[in-house]
Design a protein around this ligand. Structure first.
Ligand SMILES: Nc1ncnc2c1ncn2[C@@H]1O[C@H](COP(=O)(O)OP(=O)(O)O)[C@@H](O)[C@H]1O
Ligand SMILES: [Mg+2]
Length: 295
């Protein structure tokens, strides 16, 4: 199974949970490969730290922070029981590619009313990815929960009403996770009986993969139009928020063939953008503002 830990927000526990999920599966005797899809390479750092300190290797960690992940991860999955993808922090081609690579997406989220974690952006991306991977399964995982707070409960209640649903298993805010990250260890290796270790080993997040695995054969590969999936992955970033519609006071009119206009409209539709936004992004790329041109 290919599981991706994804959230465009940093610091929510993607790397921590990816390492511990891979670690738990390895300890069960499964062959696991962890793909570090974050250009910052913190999972790679963890495994290097581990090797330096002479701890036994549990699973291989491969740095693969590029937007061809959805093509390469299934190849790697052939030689492993499980592939775990530690996702990148920003909304970018990399995140879309990781979404397409995954059979199960786990979205770590910190229960905080200020966090904006029930992230509209992430949900929108999952919806879009389902155009290409209709059976993609997604779940929230609450991480860094303070003990018995009202916020945690309210967050869980809000999440329960949402699609994707939240896993019942929650991970507390525990210093053991930070210690493990720094020392190239897993929390269970630091102290098998610690609350952190019990939360990880007891988590139902592994069994949530069971339903996914049973449908595995149906989900492999792209059922439809791989070319479209690739262009979705490469959707240009939306223009910066500072570009308000009022800025668009100059008008540009060009004549094109009806066939080209048709292709432009279909492409914009597939990318979920307006024709105007797509063309503005295209023109921005082609004619970057280098400060030299007069208005
Ligand atoms: N449950 C937790 N309790 C305490 N610290 C945590 C927990 N989960 C993650 N951390 C710490 O928070 C920081 C960010 O976590 P990380 O997994 O790197 O997030 P991300 O990969 O989403 O950016 C790290 O220092 C990590 O050790
Ligand atoms: Mg990370």
């Amino acid at each position: 199974m290919i599981v991706a830990l994804l959230n465009q927000k940093g610091g929510v526990g993607k790397t921590t949970l990816a390492l511990h999920l891979a670690g738990e599966w390895s300890r069960e005797g499964k062959r696991v490969t962890l793909i570090d899809a974050d250009p910052q390479g913190s999972a790679l750092d963890w495994s290097e730290q581990r090797a330096r300190d002479g701890f036994p290797r549990l699973f291989g960690v491969i740095g693969l922070a590029r937007d061809t992940l959805h093509r390469e991860a299934p190849e790697l999955a052939r030689d492993a029981d499980h592939v775990v993808i530690d996702g990148p922090p920003r909304v970018a081609g990399l995140l879309r590619s990781a979404l397409l690579a995954a059979e199960l997406v786990l979205i770590p989220a910190q229960p905080s009313p200020f966090d904006g974690w029930a992230s509209g952006e992430m949900l929108k991306l999952i919806e879009e990815a389902r155009i290409f991977r209709p059976l993609l399964v997604a779940r929230f995982v609450l991480n860094r929960c303070a003990a018995r707070t009202i916020i945690a409960r309210e967050t869980a209640e809000t999440l329960a009403e949402h699609e994707p649903p939240v896993l019942a298993a929650r991970i507390g805010q525990r210093v053991a996770f930070a210690d493990a990250a720094q020392s190239g260890r897993l929390v269970a290796e630091l102290d098998d009986a610690s609350p952190a270790a019990r939360e990880i080993t007891g988590s139902r997040w592994r069994s949530c993969g069971a339903g996914v695995m049973s449908e595995r054969s149906a989900k492999r590969g792209f059922a439809s139009r791989p070319g479209d999936a690739d262009s979705w992955v490469r959707t240009p970033e939306p223009p910066p928020a500072s570009r308000l519609p009022e800025d668009f006071s100059a008008r540009l009119t060009i004549d094109v063939t009806p066939a080209l206009r048709g292709r432009i409209k279909v492409t914009a539709f597939r990318r979920g953008m307006t024709v105007a936004d797509m063309l503005r992004a295209l023109l921005d790329r082609e004619f970057p503002d280098d400060g030299g041109a007069a208005p």
